[in-house]
Design a protein around this ligand. Structure first.
Ligand SMILES: [Zn+2]
Length: 319
């Protein structure tokens, strides 16, 4: 499958990191550091994304038609089995029917009321959450922690993969009884504009969504005597229109307590999951370049720390 593997062995069984491979002098093939299966080298590349360029570092990936062994942590299907087996409750959300080819994950609307997670200082704060209109697909309060912990592990695993395409071969998403495409749920930087349009046009009737992005900044704000701890992801900026307008979308996680963002700092890749809200656009101007900016924001108000995670470097059990 499609997990990006950061290091491997050469045919002479010498360990090598993908970042150290000279693309001109690469070996014909490499082997998986955990199960020895044949791997291919993928050199680093830049992807154009509006005004910006996204740099994708070099990695190794499974050779076509090869399969990692059952015990290998780079085997995606086996990773889902581990997640499902480690919690009985996770089994309710993450399941494989006896004859099904892949695992299924049930996406749930988060409860529209309730308290945020209690921090180390013992104080719980009420959370602001969008109203999920269909109660049939809402989680009960007592299953919320198990559900979010499962969702976090799944989206963290997705962040290790090349794209949604490779990932959906191994995991199907089901929402309100129907299969939903990964491209409608999980977005990286060049998809922030699409995510914003989907949330903005949904009239409050939206489904849970995960965004994967690089941390631009974390800061504290106080409004009406209420302090929030904000994580801002690097925005996506569209190409300049003929009129000189650049439209940007910046996702922000606004947490009620500092410990929600513990261990996360500028430059980290993070995954944030839940119901996102569009926020009024602001205009800016770059007089030197003659550019007008239209800045849009997407806000997530998490209730639990599990809704935000630093992207892992390798799958569970690989390090
Ligand atoms: Zn392997």
């Amino acid at each position: 499958m499609a997990i990006r593997i950061p290091w491997s062995y050469t045919p002479k069984h010498e360990p090598v990191a993908a970042k150290d491979v000279d693309p001109e002098a690469r070996c014909d093939h490499y082997s998986c550091p955990k199960c020895d299966v044949k791997l291919a080298f993928n050199k680093a590349y830049d992807r154009n994304a509006g005004e910006d360029i996204i740099h994708v570092p070099a990695y190794f990936k499974l050779w076509p038609n090869e399969v990692h062994t059952v015990a290998c942590p780079f085997n995606l299907t086996e990773q889902f089995k581990v997640i499902a087996s480690e919690s009985e409750e996770a089994g309710e959300f993450l399941k494989k029917e006896p004859n099904a080819r892949k695992y299924r994950f049930r996406l749930m609307a988060l409860p529209s009321s309730g308290k945020a997670e209690v921090g180390p200082d013992g104080e719980a704060l009420p959370a602001r959450l969008p109203h999920a209109r269909n109660p049939d697909f809402q989680l009960s309060e007592n299953k919320l922690p198990a559900y979010l912990s499962t969702a976090k592990r799944i989206f963290a695993l997705r962040s290790l993969c090349e794209s949604n395409t490779g990932f959906e071969e191994a995991l199907e998403l089901v929402y309100e009884g129907r299969t939903i495409a990964w491209s409608e749920v999980c977005f990286e930087k060049d998809g922030f504009m699409t995510a914003h349009a989907a949330v903005d046009g949904a009239n409050g009737r939206t489904h849970p969504m995960a965004l994967i992005g690089k941390v631009k900044d974390t800061f504290k704000t106080t409004r009406n005597n209420k302090t929030s701890h904000v994580l801002a992801m690097e925005p996506f900026r569209s190409r300049r229109s003929p009129e000189g307008i650049v439209t940007s979308v910046e996702p922000r996680v606004s947490a009620p307590k500092e410990f929600f963002l513990e261990g996360i700092s500028k430059g980290d890749i993070v995954v944030a999951f839940g119901h996102w809200n569009p926020f009024q656009a602001t205009d800016g101007e770059d007089k030197e370049r003659g550019t007008t900016f239209k800045n849009h924001f997407l806000y997530l108000n998490p209730r639990r720390k599990d809704q935000i995670a630093k992207a892992p470097r390798e799958p569970e059990g690989a390090e």
